[in-house]
Design a protein around this ligand. Structure first.
Ligand code: PMV
Length: 308
């Protein structure tokens, strides 16, 4: 039996989410600890899905699958693709700011190209994911599409060629789940309302400045300044009303444990929190406090060892 395989991973936005929608720069890194694998194979004549959330014909999958459904329909049209069965296996938490929707779309596209023995360029991959992301959340900057499908760390700016950088840093990044489901679509449109009707564009500009400080600190291996930048970004995201009580509490727990900085990551209104720690002991203390708080696993990334 012919089979196509696609593989993508989660992503972490270190700093610059939301402002990146307004053409500010943002910094993202791949999160290999979570991944999405899609296998595509011949079906019995109808396009169908096998996933933990739904099993059955794609045309019956319901509105939660609108983006995937439109993506596959477009792929079928543009590439003369026959109806296939898509087996989706993802360990990326959904509605958690880790790029799950982009990763699923990216893995489907890769599986389809693999099935058809077609070469998929990085640009085509990005554009196909963006096609699905526009349906998922309206006005995607593209940072998720890029980071879930590529293995590097990025300084991303809408409409510009992204800059890849060496993410090696003498520090640990702790990634924790609040357990509150975020909604990128709702968050992005409520920030748009604040910016347009309540004249809050200055907060976007402040985030943008903070991103530049963070990037300069990263390049100088100045982990203390980087941590400070993360804390400032969290204050601005709170002013944009995309933080929630559970995230605020996790940020506080990280600070009490000795984090250099902590903030939400991704769209917010729930989802994940990140904290920068100078030592493994501090990282483990943060991990423990977060896991006790939410009952969900937290990860520690040794930034010195992460893949380049
Ligand atoms: O919640 P996520 O993982 O989709 O991240 C969204 C990041 C935003 O900056 C809020 C939106 C975007 O498209 O860049």
């Amino acid at each position: 039996m012919k089979i196509g395989i696609g593989r993508t991973h989660g992503k972490i936005i270190l700093i610059g989410e939301h402002a990146v929608v307004y053409e500010s720069r943002a910094i993202s890194i791949p999160f290999f600890e979570t991944e999405c694998v899609v296998e595509a194979y011949d079906s019995n004549g109808k396009t169908s899905l096998v996933s933990s959330l739904y099993q059955g014909d794609l045309d019956q999958a319901g509105s939660a699958f609108d983006a995937i459904s439109s993506l596959i329909t477009e792929l079928e049209k543009k590439l003369a693709l026959p109806p296939l069965e898509y087996n989706i296996n993802s360990t990326i938490p959904v509605s958690a700011g880790m790029g799950s929707s982009a990763a699923v779309a990216g893995a489907i596209v890769e599986a389809v190209y693999d099935y058809l023995d077609l070469t998929l360029s990085e640009e085509e991959h990005f554009e196909w994911i963006q096609f699905a992301e526009r349906i998922s959340h309206g006005n995607p900057s593209g940072i998720d599409a890029l980071t879930v499908s590529r293995d590097e760390a990025w300084v991303f700016q809408r409409g510009k060629k992204p800059i890849c950088f060496n993410q090696k840093l003498n520090a640990y990044l702790v990634v924790g789940q609040s357990g509150v489901l975020g909604s990128t679509k709702v968050a992005v449109s409520s920030v748009r309302r604040l910016v347009d009707s309540e004249r809050k564009y200055h907060i976007i500009e402040s985030i943008s400045e903070t991103v530049e400080h963070a990037y300069a600190a990263y390049l100088k291996q100045d982990v203390v300044s980087l941590g400070r930048a993360l804390n400032r970004a969290q204050e601005y995201l709170t002013q944009l009303e995309v933080s929630v009580q559970e995230i605020d509490e996790m940020v506080m727990l990280a600070q009490v444990s000795g984090a250099l900085g902590a903030k939400l990551t991704g769209g917010g209104l729930g989802g994940c929190v990140i904290a920068l720690a100078q030592t493994k002991d501090v990282a483990q203390a943060i991990q423990k406090s977060w896991e006790e708080f939410s009952g969900l696993s937290a990860w520690i990334l040794d930034l010195n060892e992460e893949k380049q």
